[in-house]
Design a protein around this ligand. Structure first.
Ligand SMILES: [Zn+2]
Ligand SMILES: [Zn+2]
Length: 339
């Protein structure tokens, strides 16, 4: 079948290297996807450093994949060559184990494989994936726009739509980075009274442009108190990874409000008395599975939600990865096969 170019990490913590590898053959239940674009996510650091249990090397990273179905393995139904698809963090599921039968597909006991960690991902010309891991791409959504929506977009969209907040209610998005800049757009387009919280007055124009009705500068004011002046937040979606920043805004919840954790700090201080008195909840949210990604993509295409991306040619993956880990990217970094 020939070879393909791929960006590989050969050993734990090793560099991203451009290598030639045989084009992979799809196994049972798998499709092969010709990659058009792949986002670089902060979680790719776990893969490169081998910190996630079960990571093996060499490994091709990347779980924000957009491309075209190129070939089908045995026993695949529902997809055909030429269809545009995305592949995300969730590597698929079996549909037969107890968690799957309860609808908890993310907890599948038979397919515990994360794309780009336990199996090869999208920093390559071709990637194989289980058909259950595929999301359909809307025709009018370019691959570089779709790719970051497969993780950062999915995580915020799916958290918001499962948050219990209803249109018109106050929803606050903590953080205005890769996840937060999408979360603000989704919250506004879903009809929530959207508040963006970040550090620094300079971010206010961006927050407003993304659809926030109110911007709170947590460096200059007590964001929790400001939220209470607005009536309290029905939901606060925390996209940051700083536990102190999370704890500082929790007091902004309305009665029976929900604090959603999307970013993973090392630890988090909570005040149980406050939560009990306000009958409030803290929940963590797993991004989602392939149908959730598909819904994210469709909603984004229709409503105009877009990730702001810095696009790099595939060959410059190592430089693009550095850019992402520097924290300076505005806001997501995407590898494109065509430029
Ligand atoms: Zn990710
Ligand atoms: Zn299962």
């Amino acid at each position: 079948m020939g070879n393909m170019r791929a960006i590989q990490v050969s050993k734990r913590g090793g560099p991203l290297e451009l290598v030639e590898r045989p084009i992979p053959q799809p196994g049972a239940g798998e499709v092969r996807v010709k990659v058009e674009a792949c986002g670089i996510c902060h979680s790719d650091v776990y893969a490169k450093d081998g910190t996630f249990p079960g990571t093996a090397f060499p490994r091709i990273l990347g779980h924000e994949v957009a491309g075209v179905v190129d070939a089908l393995g045995p026993n695949v139904s529902g997809f055909k060559p030429g269809e545009r698809v995305g592949i995300g963090w969730n590597g698929g599921y079996c549909g037969a184990c107890d968690p799957c039968r309860r609808g908890l597909f993310f907890g599948c006991e038979n397919v515990r494989r994360i794309t780009g960690i336990h199996r090869d991902g999208g920093y390559a010309e071709y990637v194989c994936a289980l058909a259950s891991a595929l999301a359909r791409l809307p025709a009018d959504l370019p691959a570089v726009d779709a790719a970051p929506l497969m993780c950062a977009g999915l995580t915020t969209f799916n958290a918001l739509r499962n948050s219990g907040a209803r249109p018109g209610e106050l929803v606050a998005i903590l953080g205005l980075g890769g996840l937060g800049h999408l979360g603000v757009q989704f919250a506004a387009k879903m009809g929530f009274r959207t508040v963006a919280i970040a550090r620094g007055a300079d971010k206010e124009p961006l927050a407003k442009r993304l659809g926030a009705q109110v911007y709170l500068d947590s460096a200059a004011s007590d964001a929790a108190a400001e939220l209470q002046k607005l009536g309290g937040a029905r939901v606060i979606v925390a996209t940051v990874t700083n536990g102190e920043a999370m704890s500082a805004v929790m007091g902004g919840l309305a009665l029976a409000g929900t604090f959603m954790i999307l970013g993973a700090p090392e630890s988090l201080t909570i005040h149980p008395g406050m939560l009990i008195g306000g009958r409030q909840s803290i929940v963590a949210w797993y991004s989602g599975t392939s149908i959730d990604s598909q819904d994210t993509l469709a909603f984004s295409a229709r409503s105009g939600v877009r990730s702001m991306n810095e696009v790099f040619p595939f060959e410059r993956a190592a430089e693009a990865y550095e850019r992402m880990t520097s924290g300076k990217a505005r806001f997501r970094v995407v590898l494109s096969m065509s430029r």
